[in-house]
Ligand binder design. Structure first.
Ligand code: SF4
Ligand code: SF4
Length: 61
């Protein structure tokens, strides 16, 4: 799984819905930026992609 965050679309300072919904703690928020910390843990549930109202996350198998 490749998790791509489009930072031109992500509004993480006001959002973090993907971080909250992810059951595998794949994301973290550091230095005012959403980051992927554990891509290997991703189970492919697509919840982050579906919850993002800014279409900023793409998952590539
Ligand atoms: S849900 Fe979308 S806009 Fe919100 S922090 Fe995640 S990637 Fe960014
Ligand atoms: S697909 Fe599911 S497990 Fe993977 S990063 Fe998104 S919410 Fe987390």
């Amino acid at each position: 799984m490749n998790i791509n965050i489009d930072y031109s679309k992500c509004n993480s300072s006001d959002c973090l819905e993907c971080l909250d919904i992810c059951p595998m703690q794949v994301f973290d928020f550091k230095n005012n930026k959403l980051i992927v910390v554990d891509e290997e843990a991703c189970c492919g549930c697509l919840a982050c992609q579906e919850v993002c109202s800014y279409n900023a996350i793409s998952l590539i198998y």
